[in-house]
Ligand binder design. Sequence first.
Ligand code: SAM
Length: 283
Amino acid sequence: MPRIMPYIVRLVPPSIKPAVRRVYHLPADILDSVLRRRDPLTPPKGKIFFGGGDFDKIGREYFRYFVNLGGLKPHERVLDVGCGIGRMAVPLTRYLSAEGSYEGFDVFPEGIRWCRENITPKYPNLRFQVADIKNKEYNPSGRFAASEYTFPYEDASFDFVLLTSVFTHLLPEELEKYLSEIRRVLAPNGRCLASFFLLNDDSLGAIRSGASTISFRHDFGGYRAKDADTPEAAIAYPEDYVRSLYTERGLSIAEPIHYGAWPGRRSFLSYQDIVVAVNKGSA
Ligand SMILES: C[S@@+](CC[C@H](N)C(=O)[O-])C[C@H]1O[C@@H](n2cnc3c(N)ncnc32)[C@H](O)[C@@H]1O
């Protein structure tokens, strides 16, 4: 049943999407609340404003990648770019020590409000803020352009930056600016773990043959999108382009890239492609 939600949501104007979601999930949310089967840090389904899948399970899955692929330690300083409604923050509440810290920012105010009201009061070393940046899919009336946005943090102030399913919604000039900002805020030897839809021979072949789970049928020259009117709904980038952006910024990709299931691969780590990189530059 919840699988039809993305189709319903696509048909309604952005301003009423949150209300539609709330109403649609209301019966399940009431039941979860009555039966006390929702963790207090997990938002009700009607408040989760993106994607599908099991919120807690996906958070736990990525948490393993942060530790096992990105080498995240409990005492480190974490930045979550596009933190949504705290899906990645929840497992970090149980991992980060008092010395460790977490900052998250996002363009969608409702998600940040939830995190500030439900996570920070119990875990004050996890903080959240809104960035009023325009994104056609998530914040169409935002004031600032992502391509000109300076992250509100000092240089070299993080050991670990994560972006889960965020570069998959940014346009090229936004991706480029964000990678520059990530390089700026990362301490020397700090790591960045980001997910992508990467275009290479393998995934392009799958797109052409129809095996890919996302059609990416619209070629914008430089990237592909599933939706011509709102490319930000899902964007795929050529792997060579992404690699060159990282290299230009002194972000060294830790090989191998962990390719995902999205183009219909039989062997994969996750759904999206996962890129881990190390800041090889000086502060
Ligand atoms: C698919 S959701 C993923 C959310 C979160 N990273 C997670 O995995 O739970 C994409 C997120 O990117 C955010 N976003 C879109 N454009 C952004 C931008 N320019 N800067 C920061 N976040 C952005 C959206 O508001 C949304 O929360």
